[in-house]
Design a protein around this ligand. Structure first.
Ligand SMILES: [Zn+2]
Ligand SMILES: [Zn+2]
Length: 239
């Protein structure tokens, strides 16, 4: 089968994420547009991943669970796991290293933790816009050690990216790299390139995604396709 994947979607727990972007709504939207694998990665937290796990089961799609970590260099990197508990555990280890800026919900929107039925379970006190006080190399190493996928996000953007903060891809064992358009000025060399929506609104889920051939949609099949560089990027809006 052709597996369609979008590994970079934000929920209502991201300060810039729309409140309508509940884990349940993301999974429902993803299933309705034919995505098979969807990754939830809020900024510096994985606390909506348990709800997303339940939502993906309900919709019959494969969830991937993680965070979009902001490193000490202010580089965004997707850290994705097969099990929601692994994402939550990594997030719990990183939260004490997140900069101590109190969150301002009036200026930046709510940061709400919800369950699969959209019941609000709590809010996070620190602003998730801050950076985690660990370098990129440590974040990548720890993600891989824990069995995850480490993917620098939107490397061709002009902020919070490898392109903006370093200007070239350092020699790290990245699983793949994420680009937002086909023509990327950063030399990606041996790395597998993927593209994802980075959706903060339901309407954008899957707008960019990638595909690969596999017997079935699974985390293991995804990891193999990334390792073997067998993916095709889709930049057109999904229909
Ligand atoms: Zn980002
Ligand atoms: Zn993002």
């Amino acid at each position: 089968m052709t597996v369609r994947a979008d590994l970079h979607v934000h929920s209502c727990l991201s300060p810039c994420g729309d409140l309508e972007n509940s884990p349940a709504a993301i999974a429902r939207t993803a299933a309705s547009i034919g995505l098979d694998i969807v990754g939830l990665c809020d900024h510096n937290t994985a606390l909506n991943c348990p709800a997303f796990f339940d939502a993906c089961r309900r919709e019959g799609i494969v969830g991937v669970y993680g965070l979009e970590v902001s490193t000490r260099e202010e580089i965004h990197v997707l850290c994705l796991f097969e099990a929601p508990d692994d994402a939550v555990a990594f997030g719990a280890d990183l939260y004490p290293l997140l900069a101590e800026f109190p969150h301002d919900p009036v200026r930046f929107g709510d940061q709400v933790i919800v369950d699969v039925d959209e019941v609000i379970l709590g809010e996070l006190e620190k602003s998730l816009f801050g950076a985690i006080d660990l370098p990129l190399s440590d974040i990548v190493a720890q993600t891989l050690e824990r069995g995850g996928l480490a993917i620098p996000a939107h490397i061709d953007r002009t902020a919070h990216s490898i392109g903006s903060q370093i200007g070239f891809l350092p020699d790290e064992p990245f699983t793949a790299v994420e680009v937002t358009r086909d023509a990327c000025e950063i030399q990606t060399g041996r790395f597998t390139r993927i593209t994802n929506s980075d959706a903060h609104f339901l309407a954008d889920v899957g707008a960019r995604h990638f595909t690969f051939e596999a017997r079935s949609a699974s985390f293991a099949a995804l990891a193999r396709a990334l390792r073997d560089d067998r993916v095709s990027m889709e930049f057109a809006p999904s229909s």
